[in-house]
Design a protein around this ligand. Structure first.
Ligand SMILES: Cc1ncc(COP(=O)(O)OP(=O)(O)O)c(N)n1
Ligand SMILES: Cc1nc(C(=O)O)sc1CCOP(=O)(O)O
Ligand SMILES: [Mg+2]
Length: 204
């Protein structure tokens, strides 16, 4: 399956509470989001499975895949389209084995050491970051800036999105660095109008 990484929305329970999770995501998809990741570090598995099922129904027919952050069991139980794992979130090869060939599997990469030792075999894309410091993720790695991002993209065997502190005006710089597009939380989820906020990423 060809994956459209033009604008990747990652959800946050606190920021999405303003309009509601499903309402925020549906509005953002109307605004042009091409991929959605359900990310909630504190929900129980059952809560996350319920959220994933509701999001899956809301996204049905849109062509926008739903990816689950971290938890393979939730991706399996909710029949989601894929899984995003970090360096310490488990084995991507095991996730591929469990989810099958059609699933979309992404991995976070923060530096060249991680890039050099990754096995692209089970993966579809990489999430590179943070580009900038962000308050949305605790204990994030050292920011790359756009030059650091470009160097990581150049070393990547897979298509990549950039994440961390990105706003609508950064789209051109993200693509100029070689990434397929930005992945964002607060620039869409926390906004008064998530549809307009997503649309702003495509404004020239
Ligand atoms: C698209 C994308 N890129 C990077 C991340 C970060 O993943 P990770 O390092 O596992 O951190 P958490 O999101 O689990 O806190 C991501 N989620 N999505
Ligand atoms: C979930 C996440 N991962 C990051 C990484 O660097 O791997 S930065 C980040 C948070 C991105 O949120 P915002 O768009 O609000 O800055
Ligand atoms: Mg993770």
């Amino acid at each position: 399956m060809r994956i459209d990484l033009s604008l990747y929305l990652v959800t946050d329970p606190g920021l999405c509470a303003r309009h509601g999770l499903v309402e925020t995501v549906v509005a953002a998809v109307r605004g042009g989001v091409t991929l959605v990741q359900l990310r909630d570090k504190h929900a129980s598995d059952d809560e996350l499975i319920d959220q994933a099922r509701r999001l899956g129904l809301a996204l049905a027919g849109s062509g926008v895949p739903l990816i689950i952050n971290d938890r393979l069991n939730v991706a399996l139980a909710s029949n989601a389209d894929g899984l995003h794992v970090g360096q310490d979130d488990g084995d991507a090869a095991a996730a591929r084995q469990a989810l099958g060939e059609r699933a979309i599997i992404g991995l976070s990469v923060q530096n060249h050491e991680q890039m050099a030792r990754l096995d692209p075999g089970p993966l579809d894309y990489l999430g590179l970051g943070p580009v900038f410091a962000t308050t949305t993720k605790r204990n994030h790695a050292r920011p790359l800036g756009f030059d650091g991002l470009a160097a990581l993209v150049a070393a990547s065997p897979l298509p990549a999105v950039a994440i961390g502190g990105l706003q609508a005006e950064h789209g051109d710089q993200v693509r100029a660095a070689g990434a397929q597009g930005p992945a964002v939380i607060s620039a869409i989820c926390g906004q008064a109008d998530p549809e307009a906020a997503a649309r702003a990423f495509f404004r020239k």
